[in-house]
Write a protein that binds this ligand. Sequence first.
Ligand code: CDP
Length: 239
Amino acid sequence: MHDTTPAMVIAVDGPAAAGKTTTSLVLARTFGLDYLESGKAFRVIACEALRRRRPVDDPDAIGNLCDELFADGDSGSVLASARYTPLALRSPDVTAAVPVVARMPDVRRHITALIHQWAAQHRRCIIEGRDIGTAVFPAAPVKFYLTATTEIRAARRVRQEPGHTYDIVLADVRRRDLADMTRTIAPLTPANDAIEIDTSRLTIRQVLHRMSAVCRTRGIDNPTPDNHISPASPATPST
Ligand code: CDP
């Protein structure tokens, strides 16, 4: 019989390089959760717009592109596609274009639907992004909002993606923070019931310790053979 129980979602939101990906991947392993990096879908749209030479700031053109990309209604083909390499999705051009498409209502509607579809198939999951706890799954039983100072996040990003200079990365992080926090639809902001963790002066281990303790308190248990499903796609450690 089709299981109509809502998916059990842990939401991990926050700005770039706050520690979302690293911690989400470990929590996924620890608690047997499937992991989704929602930013990848936004990056796919920006990447395809550039490849197909569509104007990234034209909502009609990007709306049509979304219709083309998501025509088959299969969330897995976009969200778990190996077609898009981290190199392509994280190029400076894509990174600059992604907040522009991310503020468009059509884009957010398409991606929210994709994430809902994915979560319905995966049941116990951890999803990172900007609006998971506020807009995509406002009833998620566990919500984290990770943050850190802009300078520390920029320095982390330079270490993760060598080849970029600190000043350029800092400017990008500032630009994206502003764009993500001030857009009209689903802006980046902590949900009222999110647990906020400033990771500026914490090690990954310390952050994980806090997050795991919250998960256990909220009844998220370690996997049993029956409820554990393997992650669908390799993740790109990015934040
Ligand atoms: O890895 P990083 O934190 O740099 O960014 P990302 O997760 O790949 O997301 C890239 C961009 O997609 C963000 O700056 C947002 O503009 C957008 N995004 C969003 O609007 N909502 C989400 N749930 C996830 C990403």
